[in-house]
Ligand binder design. Structure first.
Ligand code: FE2
Ligand code: FE2
Length: 374
């Protein structure tokens, strides 16, 4: 029997009780590639759509559940997940680095620290959404395995920290993962793994400017996973739509549910043929339009600031993994490029390139069912 499931990522719910007006909110919203206000409504509508589909009862979510760890955002996300689970879905979630620390709210011109979750709070908070169904847990990393269906086993691998402050797996966590893969193979299970940070870059562009966001030590992990018999993993974090391959290992990246291109995955694993089919669904046109306005408005502003205001450009560059130090170090080059782009009026070309980078290849990633030999 084959097994079908949904994969969502980076739901980044932002509670509107934290503020949706004023200069401070506007400044952060201007550099956000995803929706802040309106994010819950998108999540609610997508969950309605999943609930209406009686043929699939399993939903995986690969981290960054809320905007920035705000307790009010967590409470709303927990309510949405409870609704999904009460409606008959089994939810298996990972938390990630946006789910703790750094919580703020907005009031007029001020961005004010607010009640937020600590990393140590998250296991208990999200216990009903995966850990409660665990076969085995690696408590320190917040990782777990679970039996999704007869013959299909989940490895939910939390890569928040590898012990040295980077994303990745500590030696102890890696030993646990390899033992779980071994047990899975011994039990003749089809293994479905997910983590948050990318193990393969979704594009050359990301390798250049977002390389610090790629999982630390990924090459060694890929080799270890392949040797143990795990040939693919679902990831999030980049907010990009992509399926990348390195050696014989696949990284299937799902974008943010609340930002362009507003997609999620519908997968069917088949342990008989040893394949997994990956299809993509997208938010309805009105929600997609709001996401496009948010994302491409931000890109046009980035081009504008590249030409005229390096400080603001450095601040905005964080939205797409560009480090402020990089922006400042290459100030003259960035200003030059920004001016050329403005002079040539090529904002639309930049938008088209970014659309392709983040949205993936619509022919390959949206309409075609991909099969992976595993
Ligand atoms: Fe994210
Ligand atoms: Fe992330």
């Amino acid at each position: 029997m084959s097994f079908s499931f949904y994969v969502l990522s980076d739901t980044h719910l932002y509670s509107e009780t934290l503020g949706t007006r004023g200069d401070a909110y506007a400044r952060d919203n201007q550099k956000s590639q995803k929706l802040l206000a309106g994010s819950r409504s998108v999540i609610h509508d997508v969950f309605d759509r999943l609930l209406a589909d009686g043929s699939i009862d399993t939903v995986l979510i690969s981290g960054d559940l809320v905007n920035n760890g705000e307790m009010s955002s967590h409470q709303e996300m927990l309510a949405e997940l409870t609704r999904l689970q009460t409606g008959g879905k089994k939810v298996y979630a990972l938390t990630a680095t946006h789910d703790y620390d750094g919580a703020h709210r907005y009031e007029g011109n001020e961005k004010i620290p607010t009640n937020g979750a600590k990393r140590t709070d998250l296991w208990e908070m999200y216990f009903p959404f995966g850990p409660d169904k665990a076969l085995s847990v690696h408590r320190e990393s917040h990782s777990y395995t679970a039996q999704l269906a007869p013959g299909y086993r989940l490895l939910a691998l939390n890569d928040d920290k590898d012990g040295s402050g980077h994303s990745g797996f500590s030696p102890d966590c890696l030993a646990w993962i390899l033992e779980e893969i071994r047990k899975g193979k011994q039990d003749r299970q089809f293994l479905i793994a997910m983590t948050h940070h990318p193990m393969i870059s979704p594009s050359v562009f990301y390798s250049l400017i977002g390389k610090n966001d790629l999982m630390h030590g990924r090459e060694a992990f890929i080799q270890a996973f392949l040797s143990a018999g795990l040939p693919f993993i679902f990831t999030g974090h980049t907010h990009m739509q992509d399926i990348a391959r390195s050696h014989r290992f696949y990284d299937i990246s799902t974008p943010s549910l609340v930002g362009y291109p507003g997609t999620w995955r519908v997968c069917t694993a088949d342990r008989q043929s040893n394949t997994i089919a990956v299809q993509t669904q997208q938010v309805p046109p009105e929600a997609l339009q709001a996401m496009e306005q948010q994302f491409f408005g931000m890109i046009r502003d980035v081009v504008k600031y590249a030409a005229a205001d390096n400080d603001r450009f450095a601040e905005m560059g964080r939205a797409f993994s560009l480090r402020p130090e990089f922006s400042r170090k290459h100030k003259h080059f960035i200003t030059f490029c920004g001016k050329i782009l403005r002079l040539m009026r090529v904002d639309e070309i930049v938008v088209a390139v970014v659309r392709r980078l983040y949205g993936g290849n619509p022919r390959r990633d949206y309409r075609r069912t991909l099969h992976f030999k595993v």
